[in-house]
Design a protein around this ligand. Sequence first.
Ligand code: ATP
Ligand code: MG
Ligand code: FE
Length: 333
Amino acid sequence: QLILGIETSCDETAAAVIKNGTEILSNVVASQIESHKRFGGVVPEIASRHHVEQITIVLEEALLQAGVTYEDLDAIAVTEGPGLVGALLIGVNAAKAVAFAHGIPLVGTHHIAGHIYANRLVQEIQYPALSLVVSGGHTELVLLEEPGSFKVIGETRDDAAGEAYDKVARTLGLPYPGGPHIDRLAQEGSPSLKLPRAWLDGSYDFSFSGLKSAVINSLHNAEQRGEKIDPKDLAASFQASVIEVLVTKAVKAAKEYDVKQVLLAGGVAANKGLREALTEAFMDLPMDISIPPLYLCTDNAAMIGAAASVMFEKGKRSGLDLNGNPGLDLEVF
Ligand code: ATP
Ligand code: MG
Ligand code: FE
């Protein structure tokens, strides 16, 4: 089974060919970070324009590197949401065009299902599984009782983890995206500042806006007193708070739902501190932990092909009326 995955939900134009849902034959990612950097974040209009320029080149490159043609494919998978609507539409329209032209089945795919199933490219998934999704727009605990079924048992009530990383980084004057810079500084600093942890009364939900404000306030207060806070210590203190909450809730949920595996997913899964803390926390617990390599944590199309393969096997097919859906629901897509 060969699936061509296409991903254009944000600022990466990506295409990949996946064999049997588990093997990467090609994985092409054209990143736009350099174009958005000077604006301090992703500019939707610029993102759409780059996708239009890149999509055919990226598609051809993915097929070329995999050594296959359209005639060899069993399905074309594309991210239908969530994401920026103008960006999603470029991928969806390209997918529809090639699916129609070559008579190949089309499978609309959820971006977060993709982040989760990136783990299938690393090892066989054992169900029930729990995924800790930490990305630029999402922070969720998702229960997978069987292949292709998703139950959100907790989610963020305000900022996503990645969003908080990027905002704190911006306050410290670090370039976009700030997550990797905070991660690097945190390794060099010590978590000496007292910052809040949002436990939310034992709920599996998350909240990071209070923490973000606390970081910004401590910087401003120190400035007014004419003092200096070491950015390394601030980064380490912020990261310690984020990680402690994420790991504690993931451990509690993994035990309560008695899962066989815990799957780390999303761009923030690239975080060194989080990867170490999660590995350590599950060391003596019976469930396996799966942590994808960095290139499968941030946006890519291999993960879309992997997720679509599961949905394709369950019989999912999309019509040529498929549309980009910025608010696509993970539980019912
Ligand atoms: P979503 O997947 O929710 O639609 P997105 O696709 O924009 O959002 P991803 O590409 O999955 O998000 O992740 C990008 C986020 O990951 C950014 O916020 C970035 O700062 C963060 N990130 C990347 N590497 C690290 C790291 N090492 N530490 C912390 N955060 C990181
Ligand atoms: Mg991105
Ligand atoms: Fe993403």
